[in-house]
Design a protein around this ligand. Structure first.
Ligand code: PRP
Length: 183
């Protein structure tokens, strides 16, 4: 059946089907990585919530769920800016295997700072998986351990990603029409 595309979407970038195939593949890789262990899988609110829910449901490995909400200040500068932790983890990650789940890496600022903070808590291991990566936008050295899709620098929404809090519940990733954010 043809996908119904929202009228604010310029073009479909990743269909539900493409995402679902990739998420299953990623879950299999992570199952191999964490075989015999129980990682704490961290959802970075809000954008990664849809990817997170699909990813963990495709994993066979037992996982513990936890959630963080952060925002990066001064994301247009390289070294200034603090990470504002709006909601911290509920569990102690010392000695635990931790998997951070992100929806998108852009400048890299958020994860660069978050990784530093979480490493100070002495986890046994820390890996980052992202649904989308825009490598050409990077201003700090931050490479995810696992990436589902590398994409061009376009304004994408859907499957968790928003513009002004809208479009997060679209089941696909689409490119937003310029007229929506330039008006
Ligand atoms: C987005 C995304 C990452 C960050 C990536 O979150 O989920 O956390 O931006 O950008 P960066 O690499 O330039 O730091 P956002 O602050 O938009 O919050 P949201 O997840 O609630 O939409």
């Amino acid at each position: 059946m043809a996908q119904m595309i929202h009228s604010d979407v310029e073009r479909l970038m990743l269909s539900e089907e493409q995402i679902s195939v990739k998420v299953k593949e990623m879950a299999e890789k992570l199952d191999k990585l964490y075989e015999g262990r129980t990682p704490v899988v961290v959802c970075i609110l809000k954008g990664s919530v849809i990817f997170y829910a699909d990813l963990i449901r495709n994993m066979q490995t037992p996982v513990e769920l936890d959630f963080m909400c952060v925002s990066s200040y001064g994301s247009d500068t390289v070294s200034s800016g603090e990470l504002n932790i709006k909601k911290d983890l509920a569990c102690d990650i010392r000695g635990r295997d931790v998997l951070i789940v992100e929806d998108i890496i852009d400048s890299g600022n958020t994860l660069y700072k978050l990784k530093k903070i979480l490493m100070e808590r002495k986890p046994a291991s820390l890996n980052i998986v992202t649904l989308l990566d825009k490598p050409e936008r990077r201003v700090v050295p931050m490479e995810p351990d696992y990436t589902c899709f590398e994409i061009e620098d376009e304004f994408v929404i859907g499957y968790g990603l928003d513009y002004a809090e809208k479009y997060r519940n679209l089941p696909y990733v689409g490119v937003l029409k310029r007229s929506v954010y330039e008006k």
